[in-house]
Design a protein around this ligand. Sequence first.
Ligand SMILES: [Zn+2]
Length: 275
Amino acid sequence: MPLTSIPDLIAAAQPGGLGAFNVIALEHAEAIAAAAESAKRPVVLQLSENTARYHGGLAPLALACLRIAADSDAAIAVHLDHATSTEFIHQAIDLGIRSVMYDGSALDYADNVAATTAITAWCHQRGVHIEAELGEVGGKDGVHAPGARTDPDEAVEFVNATGVDALAVAVGSSHAMHTRTAELDNDLIAHLAAKVPVPLVLHGSSGVPDHGLRGAVEHGMTKINIATRLNIRMTAAIREHLTQDPDLADPREYLAPARTAIRSEVEHFLRLLAV
Ligand SMILES: [Zn+2]
């Protein structure tokens, strides 16, 4: 299927939420695309600045994701997640990525508005969709305060000032949680959804239990970002296989079941988010 835009995927996912999953290795991208095909749901393949740094550059994995998306029968977009530098966004767009998240949340409000406005104008001149963050989703890099909440009036002001197309908001989730114990503030989600004129994005969704994710979608959350849950399942499958066979040497012997584990986890979330 030709590459699809995030607004088209959001429309295709409704009345449910759009699942967006982070890719670290090639196996993630293969598993996520396969899950989208079997669940018959749209998905987003996301690449973070941290993952690009791990691979020594964005191009190899980004080009693989774009090709996997283009070759899939499912509707898939490739998105740059948590970019803190404009140079990295320029690189992504040069590679063919058509959706980016600019994360200026470490800046104070005025600087976040100024930086996000400039990069949004640059993206819009190129027809690129842009997500931004306000209110510090807890946990990322240890710098964000847990318990942060996005103020609805400030969110409206921020979206109107910057012109962004989607907004990541802080409503009780936190990045990189290994337990699914985060309790979301559904009243705040509903309040934000009623006031903010663009789709809302939930980061740190791996720490939210199933009923919490469904509730978030039912209260107006649109794009649901999931990373850590896939890695927990992937690593557990690898650990199990290496424990069973300590002499195992061919990586395909443990990466294949790891890929299957990611796929079943993504299928679970896609069915859950279909509400
Ligand atoms: Zn995030």
